[in-house]
Design a protein around this ligand. Structure first.
Ligand SMILES: Cc1cc2nc3c(=O)[nH]c(=O)nc-3n(C[C@H](O)[C@H](O)[C@H](O)COP(=O)(O)O)c2cc1C
Length: 174
């Protein structure tokens, strides 16, 4: 099986998840290519059996390139088995960790006609050292409202790798 993953990642967590899936699928003898969706890759669609798009949230939105890519390629995305995964801090809350309860992803799919086989909602990472000073300040402010995370925390990976593995299994299951 040949799989292509198109990712939008600002601080690396969505890409880290893409690499974990790539390694899982390679162990299942799949060929896996990764492309940064923000570099508007031109793909040979015939070369792929499965298409996966992964994207993170920044200030309540997916990157414009994600919307653009989905809009431009809706037809091919609906013709092949395709999957979407979302990465955000909001999804660290159990009650916001499914497609039905994740407002950013609900909004994305309310405004496009792509119908993936499955939409996975993953929690991302908090890593203040990677952020610009303004982003750092705003994220600290946002996190101060989050009663589950202590204000002393500088870095924390919320991603549930078991959930990532489950997406991986779903994609390659016969
Ligand atoms: C500047 C900034 C803004 C963010 N805005 C949001 C947000 O509005 N909602 C949310 O759930 N997560 C938000 N996040 C959390 C990111 O989605 C999370 O850190 C994710 O792991 C980033 O993935 P990436 O490294 O692939 O870009 C924000 C993170 C940063 C640094």
């Amino acid at each position: 099986m040949n799989i292509v993953v198109l990712y939008s990642s600002r601080f690396g967590q969505t890409l880290k998840i893409a690499h974990a899936l790539q390694s899982q699928w390679q162990q299942a003898s799949c060929k896996v290519d990764l492309f940064n969706i923000e570099q508007t890759p031109t793909l040979d669609w015939d070369a792929y059996d499965v298409i996966v798009i992964g994207a993170s949230i920044r200030y309540g939105h997916y990157a414009k390139a994600v919307h653009r890519f989905i809009d431009t390629h809706t037809e091919i995305l609906n013709q092949k088995p395709s999957y979407f995964y979302s990465v955000s801090i909001l999804a660290a809350k159990a009650e916001k960790s499914t497609f039905a309860t994740h407002p950013y992803t609900q909004k994305l799919f309310a405004n496009c006609s792509w119908q993936p086989q499955h939409i996975a909602i993953f929690a991302g990472e908090l890593a203040y050292r990677k952020y610009h000073i303004v982003d750092k300040y705003l994220m600290k402010l946002v996190m101060s409202f989050n009663k589950n995370v202590s204000s002393d925390v500088q870095e924390m990976e919320f991603t549930d790798w078991e959930k990532v593995k489950q997406l991986g299994e779903l994609v390659v299951q016969p």
